[in-house]
Each structure stands twice: as structure tokens, then as C-alpha cells.
Design a protein around this ligand. Sequence first.
Ligand code: KG4
Ligand code: ZN
Length: 360
Amino acid sequence: MLVLGIETSCDETAASVVEDGRRVRSDVVASQVLVHRPYGGVVPEVASRQHVATIVPVIRRAAEDAGIGLGDLDGIAVTAGPGLVGALLVGVETAKSLAYALGKPLVGVNHLAGHLAAVFLDEPPAPSAPGSPAAAPSGPPPSDPGPWQGPGPPFPHLALLVSGGHTALIRVDGPGLTALLGATRDDAAGEAFDKVGKMLGLGYPGGVAIDKLAAKGDPSVFALPRALPRRDDLDFSFSGLKTAASTLLRGRTALPEGDELADFCASFQAAVVDVLTRKSRRAVALHGLPHLVVCGGVAANRGLRAGLTAAGAEDGFRVYIPPPKRCTDNAAMIAAAGTMLLARGDRAPLDLSVDPGLPL
Ligand code: KG4
Ligand code: ZN
């Protein structure tokens, strides 16, 4: 079964062809990072316009890379929310037009369900040729494949979903069957990375820059708090950490540079990783499910990947983390989640609408 995935929920225009929900035949991601960088964050209207300009070449490229014509598809899966309303509309309207013109089944996918499905993908394709619309994905270099462990986890399993807009611990009972166990009460982990990156003058998105610098720093130099609201629940809070980082920086005459900057990044990253790791361990212990998926953009973070892998080895649970390029936004994960829905008979009507606040 060949499914085209389309993802335009934020600042990545992405299309991918996935076979049988698992084998990635093509994976095209046109990142808008450089377009938004001068503004220090994603400008929604600019994002929508970029999606309009890029979506058709990106889809063409995905079909070409997969070696298929669009008529060979068995279905189309598109992100219907959550995300930026104008950005989502570009993907959904394009998907509906294609589904209508080609006479193919259409399914709307929750972006978060896409992140949860990324772990079932295998066989990363060869990199696209230079000059293609596919820009380098954000996240650590591909030389770091991370602890990719092949076949996906059994159901039920636990998932730590950490992205720019969400931080949650989830029990996944089956495709599309989830229960929220805990979530952030304020900022998402990625949001904290991006805000602190901005304070440090590292530009947008801060997460990737902090990850790189942290690798060279000493995490014990700056004392930053670990917020663990009620130790035995599974909720998170990152606003206190962000405020502590801001207070520390404002108390200085100049922003840290060189080794000191690396130490600050390492200290901040360690605080985030520590909280995420402790709560994940707690979730495994509380729910007795020894399989933990880690997904979402922040799962590309090398400190988090190492921290959770070590925790799993120590406590005896298995950790599944997609390769970095499948943690940040991509359309292969949307095709994977969409295939599961299409296979069980889900179909979206041709008046499918978007929902910027769509819950999991
Ligand atoms: O999943 P994603 O690509 O988009 C959303 O659905 O939000 O996640 C983006 C977030 C951003 O906050 C970005 O800074 C963060 O993921 N991120 C990272 C890394 N790569 C991306 N944070 C820390 N370390 C990274 N290597
Ligand atoms: Zn995402």
C-alpha cells in the first residue's frame, strides 16, 4: 500500500511516500528556518505563503524520489491539526484537490499521532540530490543515527512526546488509541530550548544550537532548577527553569561566550533532560510498561537520547527513538500514521477542515 503523506502544520513543507506504513520510499522536507530566522521565530502568515509556494514542487519531488506517478498511490494522508491554521490549510486543501482529481482515499492525521508513528518507519532513503527543494532537516547531523532499534515497539507502550508545542507522557494502546498520562503545565520542552536560545543570542531555533554547544560544555557549572511538580504525578513545568535562566543571565554584565556559553548550554540542557528522564522512569514504573518511545523534535537532542537510553539500561526498559530526521517534523510519519487509519477503513470527506487545537 503506497501512501503519500503531506505535512504543513508549522514551518516545514514536507511530502513523503511510504509503503505499507513502514518503508520510506521518499522523504522530502523543505525547511523554512532561514526564512523565519530574521524574525526570531515562526511568522504564521509568512509560513502559509511559503507553503503555498513550495507544496507542489515538494510533492512532485516526493513522487519522483519514490519512483512512482501520483496515479500509483493507494491513499493520501494529510496533517489536519494541531498547528498554525493558515499553514495547515495549505496542506489540507492540496491533499483534498489531489484526492479528488486522482480519485484516491483521503485521511486526516493528527500531527501528534504522526510523531508517535515515526518509530515504525525504517529504511531511510538516500539523501536528495543537491538543488532539490529538500533542505537539510534541523537536528544533529545524520552522522548520529542514535539508538535506532529497528522494528517498532509492541502495543501497549509508553511515549514521551517532546516538541515545540507539546510535552506529554502518553500510553499508546494501538494505532489512534492513546491516553494522556501527563503533560506540561506551561511551556513545552522545545519552547524552553527556543526561548533560552534566544536569550543567549543563538537565533532560531535555539534547540539545535544549544544541543551542539552543550556537547562541549560542563553541565555542573551553572546551577539551574529541576521543576518536578508533585513528584509522583507525570506533569511537567518548564517556566521556572526558563525564568531561572533569564535571571541568571540578567544578573551578568555580558552574555556568556566561548567555554562559558557551552557550559551554560550544557547546564540548561541537563536540567531539561533530567526532568524528562525522571518523569519517564516514573511513568514506566507506575504503568509497568517496559517499552518507551521518545518522539517529537526535542527527541533529536543528543543529551536526551543518551539520558533516556542510559535510564532504560539501568531500569530494564527498552527505549525506541527514531533517527533525528524522523523526530523533527516530516511527512513520512504522517504517511505512517495515515496508513494505519486507512487500513482500518478511516476516510476523510472532501470537506475535511483543519483544527489548530486538535487534541490527540
Ligand atoms: O516536532 P517539531 O519539529 O515541531 C513541532 O511539532 O513543534 O519540534 C520542534 C522543536 C523546536 O522547539 C526545536 O528547537 C526542537 O524541537 N529541537 C531540538 C533539537 N532539534 C529540534 N531541541 C533540542 N535539541 C535538538 N537537537
Ligand atoms: Zn512536530
